[in-house]
Design a protein around this ligand. Structure first.
Ligand SMILES: Cc1cc2nc3c(=O)[nH]c(=O)nc-3n(C[C@H](O)[C@H](O)[C@H](O)COP(=O)(O)OP(=O)(O)OC[C@H]3O[C@@H](n4cnc5c(N)ncnc54)[C@H](O)[C@@H]3O)c2cc1C
Length: 395
């Protein structure tokens, strides 16, 4: 983008300079408009010019210099932590299988780590046709630097057309680095993926503008088409015991990372994670104060050990840590039972929990939007309703 000034047309009236919000325009010695480096090509001067001497020219689209037909196959980054596969890997294999079949290409899982070869078997059983294993001491503990270097090297070598990864702390940490290193785009936190049969492009759907619209994003000129997906957005592919595939062992020549992991501390060991819970009891602003989460913990215990969730309002108020937050900027959950207490049900909360099997909402406002997604709605004061439920459960 750039500002073009037609000196023939310019009458030196100065209207453009008066209009420019950045002080980027002035008249030169010949009385003609001239732009300096402060110009952002915002275009406000073009409307002010009475003789049409100014225009913004769109930059010529540069070719990415790649031939998309050379890039084939769907890849899933198989995330493992301390030798255990993360559940999102199986969820992405389920979705990756669907995409690979639409494209008529194999589905590959990429496994990075040290001493993790045994994890290839469950990846085959969950749908991978091929597992590319990069086993290297530098990948023993996760560091964004080493993992990005390894995955980028594999992408450059094998040229997959699509690469999916979990929007976990690890996926969010190093996958954008890979996108930069291989010079492609990345759509974060997708909630839907599909293939355009006419173009073979990956259609990447994600909420935009605070969750008010769903945007469908394509990556036409660069490869691979990269997307991250939060845990629990897709259902895990069912295991097919005994299913196997091709194991490719890659030897990578990795730099010694600048970051060394000295110790791994499991900070939230005593807290149940909403992301994996079958029953979640969530508190919102309706709880009134942090101490009232004790009532929800009592309900959670009476239910046999449910996890505690929270709305962002409760987290922002400092009543509970962000570890518990459910929603667009929190975690996406898919429990068997989700009990929302004093949560209004704004769209940013709903996108994180509306795939729960059964939703029970307790709210004193009969018009609260949460009732729009609830299977069971209880209109009432949670401080009366919740103790009644606890009593009934204990009885
Ligand atoms: C970009 C963006 C991202 C966001 N991300 C998230 C997110 O990840 N998660 C999230 O939750 N929000 C998120 N939000 C905030 C969201 O828009 C809402 O502000 C938030 O969800 C409201 O929380 P709440 O329902 O607890 O509070 P409120 O909307 O204030 O609702 C409180 C509810 O409690 C009820 N109530 C009050 N007292 C009682 C009582 N005694 N008994 C029963 N019911 C009672 C009220 O009737 C009311 O419906 C986001 C917002 C933006 C702009």
């Amino acid at each position: 983008m750039g500002l073009l000034i037609d000196r023939e047309k310019c009458i030196g009236c100065g209207a453009c300079a008066a209009q420019c919000p950045f002080g980027a325009l002035a008249l030169d010695a010949e009385g003609k408009a001239q732009a300096n480096e402060a110009c952002t090509a915002c275009g406000s001067c073009t409307e002010a010019c009475p003789v049409g001497a100014l225009k913004i020219e769109a930059a010529e689209k540069k070719s990415a210099g790649i031939d998309p037909t050379e890039w084939r196959g769907v890849w899933v980054y198989a995330e493992q932590r301390e030798g255990a596969l993360h559940g999102v890997s199986f969820e992405l294999l389920g979705e990756g299988r669907v995409l690979a079949e639409k494209l008529g290409v194999p589905l590959t899982a990429v496994l990075l780590g040290s001493g993790v070869e045994a994890l290839a078997a469950p990846l085959f059983e969950h749908g991978a046709d091929r597992v590319i294993l990069a086993d290297h001491p530098a990948l023993a503990a996760y560091t964004a630097e080493a993992y990005a270097e390894a995955l980028s090297a594999l992408v450059r070598k094998y040229k997959p057309e699509a690469l999916l990864a979990g929007a976990t702390t690890i996926g969010r940490g190093f996958v954008p680095r890979v996108a930069i290193e291989v010079r492609t785009g990345l759509t974060a936190d997708c909630t839907g993926l599909d293939i355009d049969p006419a173009t073979r492009r990956l259609l990447q759907t994600r909420p935009a503008f605070g969750g008010n619209i769903m945007a469908c994003i394509e990556c036409p000129d660069h490869r691979p088409q990269m997307a991250t997906v939060r845990p629990k957005v897709f259902k895990a592919a069912p295991a097919q015991p005994g299913r196997t595939g091709e194991l490719v062992r890659e030897t990578l020549d990795l730099k010694t990372p600048a970051v060394r992991v000295l110790e791994t501390v499991h900070a939230m060991e005593n807290e149940k994670n909403v992301a994996d819970a079958e029953i979640i009891v969530t508190g919102g602003r309706g709880l009134g104060k942090p101490e009232n989460f004790a009532l929800l913990r009592e309900l959670a215990d009476a239910l046999g050990g449910a996890a505690i969730g929270a709305s962002r309002a409760a987290v922002d108020a400092g009543w509970i840590s962000a570890f518990h937050q459910v929603g667009q900027t929190g975690k996406t959950v898919r429990p068997k039972v989700y009990i929302a207490c004093g949560v209004s049900g704004q769209i940013q909360h709903l996108v994180g929990m509306n795939s729960s099997d059964t939703i029970i909402a307790i709210n004193k406002d009969p018009d609260a939007p949460i009732f729009g997604v609830a299977d069971i709605g209880i209109v009432g004061d949670l401080f009366q309703v919740v103790p009644e439920i606890i009593r009934a459960l204990k009885a």
